[in-house]
Design a protein around this ligand. Structure first.
Ligand code: F3S
Length: 653
């Protein structure tokens, strides 16, 4: 007898990701909540609770604690509610589900969205609540047809059709074909996730060859029950939630060359699958010993059924690790080993950072050497394929991910994400042209996936620049939402023009006109600031549509007008310095920042033909303040008034 685990079994990518996010958050915060149970598996839920991940029914129960949105996703209203109550909302919505949210959210208000799926399912409820228009959940084509017959959707409406990610693909194809033929206005999106289908196909393939199938998973998990139904069509099948539930007596009725298959639902943790696998192996060894077969002959027998060949995908159990390699057991007579270079793409990672004894990993046979009884395997090649699938999903959902820069190569850098190499071209690194890419080495960076191809073993291209742009765009949007006249910023002079200076105030640059730079007269802005200077500014006005902000660098506390009105009054005779001459008069500085106008008619008791013949710039004159216009901050001065006073005094004498 020998045991084989279905090629795809256990956690799907979305559930694995949600659990990883929950565990990381619990590690950071100690106590966190999930809106509903993260997975349909009692033991996994209990294990999460032990780590501080508690499930709640209402968002209000998460008050003050971080809250995880599980892989099914939620509606916009629930998310907004969650943000009100929870200290932090961690969105673990599966990227495949998020993609559907994005499709329906971008629809115009008058459009119609049809969601093929079960209207009670949390995923469908979340999609309906994310739509920017009216949305309908339909289980089959009849229900779609009713929408048109009732007039809920007209034939000239803008309409789309999406499907719940776990919707049966053959039914989806049938319905979408008919919808396409009858209702040309409906744009169809294939949003079904293949994870469930692939697990079912692998279980079916194994069940066809097996004498007994053990299906592992939670009792309430519908996808695990479906796997049991499929396997039951081909061989004897038992459904267990853990290794303890395996009815071991069932093995007594099997032939000595029987294959026992193991599969597991999308919510079954790897450790449960491993325990079932180990229990079965133990029991088989015991039975074989009881039958007085020695271990060598068992291996010999096993070899005939589990023959290794180059390219075969296997489940390998790590037996030991050293600096150079991991030794693995693959249920064959050969001893398996994976050298460090075949374990990971990361040149900086150590073997013990990647695997530890007892781990069950997916690997592919690279070379079998029967003369020494060894088989060389590769983990990284399997990971690369899985990584490509994950990164394709990441690309489609436009999610931002994080990885460590492992290498600088010609034309860019390599980031390792989940053991997959992602090439980031130099122009997408965010490092300015001519800058040093080496500065990024071993740094954690956030990036987006912009290309995934399967050619030549797979190529993934990422962009740090696009992720940065998204952050900047979000900051800008927030800036325009919150900006107010009078708001203060500490900025930095970015450029200087003849009419003013542009100041970096964070997400945008604002303009300080020359007249708003200082209370004093300014010739050219470069006379008082230089690029890189830090200055405090206040918002004078802004235009979100034209994306313009007008700033002032004048400190209201230093306003010379305030000083002037507190110290001077109408009738005062003062000394002032002529600072400019115009056709209609001369301006004279009373104090720095406050000039008064000596109108041409106020220069002398005589008629003045040319002001320049009477006054010169820089000349100090005695003047009388004859008017102060506080509203317009203007001062009128007169020399003539003093002359008249003098003349009348002389007359009196
Ligand atoms: Fe799993 Fe996401 Fe597919 S949660 S089943 S990978 S849609």
């Amino acid at each position: 007898m020998y045991v084989e685990i279905a090629e795809k079994a256990g956690f799907c990518f979305g559930v694995e990701r949600a659990i990883a996010l929950a565990e990381q958050a619990a590690e950071r915060n100690g106590d966190i909540c999930t809106l509903g149970e993260l997975i349909h598996n009692e033991r996994a839920v209990a294990e999460l609770e032990r780590k501080g991940v508690r499930s709640v029914v209402n968002v209000s129960e998460s008050k003050g604690k971080p809250l995880i949105i599980r892989s099914h996703g939620v509606s916009r209203i629930v998310e907004a509610e969650a943000r009100k109550h929870a200290s932090e909302v961690i969105d673990a919505t599966c990227p495949f589900v998020k993609k559907i949210h994005n499709i329906v959210a971008e629809l115009p208000e008058k459009a119609k969205a049809i969601i093929l799926g079960d209207n009670d399912h949390p995923e469908v409820i979340g999609i309906m609540g994310s739509a920017g228009c009216t949305a309908f959940a339909c289980r089959d084509f009849e229900e779609i047809k009713n929408l048109f017959e009732r007039g809920d959707i007209a034939e000239n409406d803008t309409a789309i059709l999406v499907a719940q990610t776990t919707f049966d693909r053959s039914r989806f194809l049938e319905y979408s074909r008919t919808v396409g033929e009858r209702y040309g206005c409906v744009k169809i999106y294939d949003t079904i996730c293949d994870a469930t289908v692939k697990r079912q196909d692998c279980a079916r393939e194994l069940a066809k060859r097996a004498a007994l199938m053990i299906v592992v998973g939670g009792r309430s998990s519908s996808n695990t029950r479906k796997l049991a139904d499929i396997c039951g069509e081909y061989c004897e099948t038992v459904f267990v939630t853990s290794a303890d539930e395996i009815p071991l007596q069932i093995l007594n009725g099997l032939r000595s060359d029987s294959l026992i298959g193991i599969t597991a639902g999308a919510s079954t943790p790897a450790y449960t699958i491993k325990e079932v696998h180990e229990r079965m192996n133990e029991e088989i060894t015991k039975i074989n010993n009881e039958n007085e077969e020695d271990f060598a002959s068992l291996l010999e027998q096993d070899q005939s059924f589990n023959r290794l060949y180059t390219g075969k995908r296997v489940k390998a159990t790590v037996v030991s690790v050293s600096k150079k390699e991991a030794v693995v057991e693959v249920g064959a007579k050969q001893t398996g080993y994976i050298v460090r270079e075949e374990l990971t793409n990361d040149p900086n990672a150590e073997v013990e950072d990647i695997v530890k004894p007892g781990d069950i990993i997916d690997a592919v046979v690279v070379k079998v050497d029967d003369s020494v009884g060894t088989a060389a395997l590769s983990k990284k090649r399997v990971d690369a394929q899985l990584g490509l699938e994950k990164l394709q999903a990441v690309k489609e959902s436009a999610e931002t991910i994080e990885g460590t820069v492992a290498q600088v190569v010609k034309g860019g850098v390599i980031v390792i994400y989940e053991n997959t190499r992602v090439f980031i071209p130099a122009s997408h690194t965010g490092v300015p042209r001519g800058g040093k890419l080496d500065d990024l080495l071993k740094k954690s960076v956030k990036f987006k996936i912009i290309e995934v191809t399967n050619e030549r073993g797979g190529r993934v291209v990422g962009s740090i620049r696009q992720a940065n742009k998204e952050v900047r765009d979000a900051e800008r949007a927030k800036f325009w939402e919150s900006i107010e006249v009078g708001q203060k910023f500490d900025g930095e002079v970015r450029s200087i023009e003849s009419y003013g200076v542009f100041v970096d105030i964070g997400p945008v640059d604002g303009l300080v006109h020359t007249a708003d730079l200082t209370w004093n007269r300014v010739g050219h802005p470069k006379d008082i600031v230089k690029v890189g200077d830090k200055i405090s500014v206040v918002v004078k006005s802004f235009d979100p549509e034209k994306k313009r902000v007008s700033l002032s660098a004048k400190d209201p506390d230093d306003n010379p007008w305030t000083k002037f009105v507190s110290e001077y009054q109408k009738g005062d005779v003062i000394k002032a310095t002529v600072v400019s001459i115009t056709e209609f008069g001369a301006f004279a500085q009373i104090i720095p920042g406050v000039d008064g106008l000596i109108h041409i008619s106020q220069i002398s008791t005589e008629r003045v033909a040319s002001i320049a013949s009477v006054l010169t710039v820089g000349q100090e004159v005695e003047v009388k303040i004859i008017d102060i216009d506080e509203e317009k901050s203007r001062v009128s001065l007169s020399i003539k008034a003093l002359m008249e006073t003098e003349a009348s005094a002389e007359d009196e004498e």
